[in-house]
Design a protein around this ligand. Sequence first.
Ligand code: FAD
Length: 403
Amino acid sequence: GPRGNRTWAPAWRQSEPKSHYDVIIVGGGGHGLATAYYLAKEFGITNVAVLEKNYIGSGNVGRNTTIIRSNYLLPGNNPFYELSMKLWEGLEQDFNFNAMVSQRGILNLYHSDAQRDAYTRRGNAMRLHGVDAEPLNREAVRKMLPFLDFDNARFPIQGGLLQRRGGTVRHDAVAWGYARGADGRGVDIIQNCEVTGIRRENGRVTGVETSRGFIGCNTLALAAAGNSSPVAEMAGLKLPIESHVLQAFVSEGLKPFIDGVVTFGAGHFYVSQSDKGGLVFGGDIDGYNSYAQRGNLATVEHVAEAGKAMIPALSRVRVLRSWGGIMDMSMDGSPIIDRTPLENLYLNAGWCYGGFKATPASGLCFAHLIARGTPHETAAAFRLDRFQRGYLIDEKGQGAQAN
Ligand code: FAD
C-alpha cells in the first residue's frame, strides 16, 4: 500500500570520510556544493569531498530571500552575474531537480532625479552587455503595483528599473539539487564534519583537521561564506572581509498580490511573495560585526518602517518568522574567486548580500579555476589582491536595496 515518502531513496549518500581526496571543499552551502557538482560534471574531477560542519543548507543558502537577478553596472560583475542567470534558466533540466526557478521579474523603484539617472545608466550598461532592462515611468509602476504609496510626499515614486528575467528560486532545493548531482557523480558529501585546522608543509596544504579526524588532500578549496575569515585564518591568511548579520522575515500567508520582487529606493526594504502566500522581505545588515545567526530589534524596526513607507497596507500584516545569516562583506561589495599565497589553497568568499544569485556561476567559475589553474573569463576580476593593487569593483550600492 502507499507508504508516503518512507519508500523514497535518499537523494544523496551519508558518506564517511576517506583518508585522502584530490579536492576537499570546505562548506556545504550553495557555492561549495555547486563547485563540487561542476568539478565532477564539467571537469571530470570526482575524487572530491564537501565537508560541512552542520547539515547542508544550514547556512546562508537556506537563509536568503531567494532573489536572483543580473542587473549589475560594472564590467567586472555584469558578465559573471549574467552567466549565472543563464545557468539558472537551464538549471532544473541540467541537474534534473525542481528548484522552482521563477522569473517573475525584479523592479527597483526610484524616488529622485539623481536615482533615475543612476538607474538609467545601469539599465543602459545592462543592455550593452546583452542583459534585459526596462525603464518604467511612474504610471507604468502604478499600473503594475497599484498598492504602493504613490501619495508619499517625502519620497514620491518616480519610476523603476525592471529586469523581467530576474526573480526567485527555492533556495533549499538548490542545495539539494547540486548535492544529489554531485553525489551521483561520486562526490562525498560529509555533514557534521567541522574543519578545525589546515595542515601545511613547505607552503602547501596537506590536508585538514576535522571533528572527524585528519583528511588529506591535493587541493583545498574554501567556500565557507560567513565563516570565511576564521577558516582562512587556519591557513594563516587574513582576508579583506568583515562579517555582519543580515536578517530576513516571512509574514502570514496572504492572497497573491505581489507578482515579482520589488525593492524600495528610499530606504532599505525589498519584498516578494512566496508561492505559499507569505511575504518574504528584508532590508539592510545589522551594522556591527558578528558571527551570530540572529540580529537585533533596531534593524527589525527599520525594515518594518521602510516596508510601511513603500506599502502602507503592510501595517496590518503579521510577521511569522525572522532569522539571520552571517554575511562575508568584502570591502568593495564584490566577491573573491582566486588562488591564495599557498600554492594549492583556493578561495571563494566575499559574497556580501548577493551570493545566492551567484551560486551557479560561482560554482562553475571556482571549479574552472581549480581544474584549469586559470580564472574563468567572467570571473577574472575577482582577485584577492585587488585591494592592494587598487583595482576595486566598487558596486556595493547595489546590494542593500536589491538583494
Ligand atoms: P552558506 O550556505 O552559508 O555555506 C557555507 C557553509 O560553510 C555553511 O553551511 C557553514 O556551516 C559551512 N562552514 C563554515 N565553517 C565551516 C567549517 N569550519 N567547517 C566546515 N563547514 C563550515 N543572496 C542573493 O543573491 N539573493 C538574496 O535574496 C539574498 N538574500 C539574503 C538574505 C539573508 C537573510 C542572508 C543571510 C543572505 C542573503 N543572500 C542573498 C546572500 C546569500 O545567501 C549568500 O551570499 C550565499 O548563500 C553564500 O554562499 P553559500 O550558499 O555557499 O553559503
